[in-house]
Design a protein around this ligand. Structure first.
Ligand code: FAD
Length: 302
């Protein structure tokens, strides 16, 4: 069996695998797609100490760094079941069952898409999901935020300080965000809120040049010219496969303590799949290291 088996090969999983392997213990990593979300990221400017990099380049260095160590890398393998017996068992889609004394879950998350024409074509060409990451790219321009929940309104407030104008589009007749956020938003001069509207298309040529929507009450179609669209309708953790085994919160995030431990002894978690509130590369790497040290501590005590 493994001492530490990491499930997920993004920044959190890669960091966990390296920290574990450096303890000289038997370490494996299973990943559906080694690299994770950064494979879909164009430029990265907030990975501290690296002024600028690109997602696929960072993913390649993660893999290279992991391969410096004695780690079993099992790429293109999806985990489908976890079971705690004497050891912890992870069953893969291909039927194989891996056994380990400890497991670190780092299966990440995915942004919920609006699913309108233009969203896929213009990803990284004006369609963005992370205001902390991509906000500065739109300095002095007009952008839209789709979604009037907490993350949408936080994004709109954040962006209003950087860009020229923000238009918020909310499907429902009312915003769902907390009232303190709504009050803050309403105090800003360069924000327009459109409620009860349905986004129908993100338009553009080589990059985004506008957004089309329908006013739901009147059925009237509208179009606004702008340079960027931030989609903020939810980040979904990749934890469905855990079903009732590991404790998850209301939105499916794995609940961890400050050692990265879950409710199941020997099962740890790190990165975007957990209830850690902020989802960033540098935070995921830190939490992967934390969970690996947590699992090492667990191993020497059990
Ligand atoms: P992920 O990167 O999501 O990795 C999850 C891993 O688990 C993947 O290998 C996946 O294939 C695997 N996996 C999932 N399910 C299973 C399963 N059942 N079995 C096996 N493997 C599985 N952050 C920044 O700090 N700066 C940025 O500039 C930035 N820009 C971004 C731009 C975009 C377009 C996106 C989508 C995200 C961006 N982020 C950015 C956020 C950042 O990418 C994430 O916070 C980070 O990748 C999370 O790392 P993670 O390892 O927790 O999860």
């Amino acid at each position: 069996p493994y001492d530490v088996l990491v499930v997920g090969g993004g920044p959190a999983g890669a960091s966990a695998a390296i920290y574990a392997a450096r303890k000289g213990i038997r370490t494996g990593i299973v990943a559906e797609r080694f690299g994770g979300q950064i494979l879909d990221t164009a430029s990265i400017e907030n990975f501290i100490s690296v002024k600028h990099t690109e997602g696929p380049k960072l993913a390649a260095s993660l893999e290279e760094h992991v391969k410096e160590y004695n780690v079993d890398v099992m790429n293109l393998q999806r985990a489908k079941r976890l079971e705690k017996k004497d050891l912890i068992e992870i069953e893969l889609e291909n039927g194989a069952v891996l056994k380990s004394k400890t497991v670190i879950l780092s299966t990440g998350a995915r942004w919920r898409n609006v699913g309108v024409p233009g969203e896929n074509e213009f990803k990284n060409k004006g369609v963005a999901y992370c205001p902390h990451c991509d906000g500065p790219l739109f300095a002095g321009k007009h952008v839209a935020v789709i979604g009037g929940g907490n993350s949408g309104i936080e994004a709109a407030i954040d962006l209003a300080g950087i860009v020229k104008h923000v238009t918020v589009l909310e499907f429902n007749p009312e915003l769902k965000a907390d009232s303190v956020l709504q009050d803050r938003l309403n105090s800003l001069p360069n924000v327009t809120v459109l409620k009860n509207v349905q986004t129908t298309e993100i338009t553009g040529t080589d990059k985004v040049n506008g957004i089309s929507y329908v006013e739901r009450e009147t059925g009237e179609a509208q179009h606004i010219e702008l340079a960027g669209v931030f989609v903020q309708i939810g980040l979904v953790p990749n934890t469905e496969w855990l079903a009732e085994t590991v404790e998850r919160n209301r939105i499916g995030e794995i609940v961890i303590d400050n050692h990265g431990a879950t409710n199941i002894p020997g099962v740890f978690a790190a990165g975007d799949c957990t209830n850690n509130p902020y989802k960033q590369i540098i935070i995921s790497m830190g939490s992967g290291a934390n969970a690996a040290l947590g699992s090492f501590d667990y191993l020497i005590r059990n």
